[in-house]
Design a protein around this ligand. Structure first.
Ligand SMILES: C[S@@+](CC[C@H](N)C(=O)[O-])C[C@H]1O[C@@H](n2cnc3c(N)ncnc32)[C@H](O)[C@@H]1O
Length: 403
């Protein structure tokens, strides 16, 4: 086995240079934890729209180490079951577990502001690498990590043991936290959530911090950092952009099939006030998810190559279909929720407030709702009384208040 001490030091150096790694104790952890231990049996590398399997066994050791110490996110599982040792040729599939780029997880860990002796709960163990980094700094008894996929959890547990950490690796739904080891000083989620579950707030000590990615669109999610109050509420802000795979029970089924059937009956047809192409940008995409929770932004093309642009909310049977109209766009909307009316109202209010960056977003959380302030714009997403404990039964209402 190759000694990777110099690669670990180089990785830490790159993270310091990038401004991600600032605390000496975390630098020592990055320099100590061998990332390659957490990549067994292998990874999938993206190549021409497919995933090429690369396993540790059978790879040139130097090439393998080079892969392990890139700053890339390394996908370790596709479609909820496939690992790199099970195939020999490039395959299609959706990533369902990975070792996230250290540039993101180490940055998140830094933003937790931990102190010696703190108890940390991590949601989304994945490979176990981030748990190992935290074990190095805090001790194995102070880190509890929850992974929903039993096979992923077993591999992470074995890797953590191999790295010398007998930590608390729990198999279960992290949306429930892990009450048995609560209360925690810090909670960190390395999978994205629609909203910060109230269970996490209940399981965090007053004054404790939760860092988690909120959102459902990969290119429009926000990294939330909130401090828990003693009364079951929490408040804080979005501290940056982050893109994570969604918590499994919340992952949306991508809209596919006959799109024209979904848009057959419209209730309105008008010109848009702003371009729907704004949704390709991060902050407008973030706002769109708040204004139309459950909506998916879909780009497609006809067989002749004409671009098609939609918002779909399958659960609410609602759609918005956009077509170019001279210099602007027209929108046809149908279904019980006028998706684009809501999104457009948020976008125009945001523009009127000077188009602030995502880091200007403040967040207040109660048991029933998340309230976001963006300049003078306030958006509240609420879990209604229809909520019966099943995330898929969650209904959302929202209120928009212009500046
Ligand atoms: C991006 S990976 C985690 C990265 C990891 N912490 C690392 O070291 O880089 C996200 C993980 O979250 C897990 N996950 C998804 N939904 C979950 C849930 N509800 N509870 C716990 N884990 C979940 C996935 O199975 C996946 O392994």
């Amino acid at each position: 086995m190759i000694d990777t001490a110099s690669e670990r030091r180089a990785l830490a150096g790159r993270l310091v240079q990038a401004g991600v790694l600032t605390t000496p104790a975390w630098r020592a952890a990055v320099e100590s934890v061998p990332r390659e231990l957490f990549l067994n049996p292998g990874v999938f590398l993206q190549e021409e729209g497919r995933w090429r399997p690369v396993t540790a066994v059978g790879s040139d050791p130097e090439k393998w180490v080079k892969i392990a110490y890139t700053l890339d996110t390394l996908t370790t599982q596709l479609d909820g079951h496939l690992t790199a040792d099970q195939v020999s040729e490039p395959v299609a599939g959706l990533p369902t577990s990975s070792s996230t780029t250290p540039a993101l997880v180490v940055g998140m860990i830094e933003s937790l502001d931990v102190e010696t002796g703190h108890q940390v709960l991590e949601i989304g163990t994945g490979t176990g690498y981030s748990a190992a980094v935290m074990c190095h700094r805090l001790g194995e008894d102070n880190v509890t990590t929850v992974e929903v996929d039993p096979e992923v959890a077993a591999r992470a547990d074995a890797a953590l043991e191999a790295a010398g950490f007998s930590t608390w690796t729990v198999t279960g739904d992290g949306l429930l936290g892990h009450p048995r080891r609560a209360p925690y000083d810090r909670v960190i989620a390395t999978c994205a959530v629609r909203r910060i579950p109230h269970t996490w707030i209940r399981q965090t000590k007053p004054g404790g911090i939760i860092v988690a990615t909120v959102g459902t669109w990969a290119n429009g999610s926000g990294l939330a950092k909130v401090t828990v109050n003693g009364d079951g509420t929490a408040e804080g802000q979005i501290i940056g952009r982050a893109s994570f795979m969604q918590a499994r029970s919340q992952a949306a089924v991508p809209v596919s099939g006959d799109l024209s059937a979904r848009t057959a009956y419209a209730d309105s047809d008008r010109e848009t006030k702003v371009s729907p192409l704004m949704l390709d940008e991060w902050m407008p995409a973030f706002l769109a998810q708040l204004a139309a929770p459950g909506a998916q932004y879909v780009r497609a093309a006809t067989s002749e190559g004409a671009q098609l642009l939609y918002l779909f909310d399958p659960e609410r049977e609602s759609f918005a279909e956009f077509t170019p109209n001279g210099d602007g766009w027209r929108v046809r909307q149908g279904g019980p929720v006028a998706l684009w009316d809501n999104v457009e109202q948020a976008l125009t209010a945001w523009q009127a407030a000077g188009s602030p960056d995502i880091t200007a977003v403040r967040l207040h959380i109660t048991a029933g709702c998340h309230t976001y302030w963006i300049g003078g714009l306030q958006i509240t997403t609420r879990a209604s009384s229809h909520w019966i404990g099943d995330e898929s039964a969650l209904r959302w209402r929202h209120r928009l208040t212009g500046p």
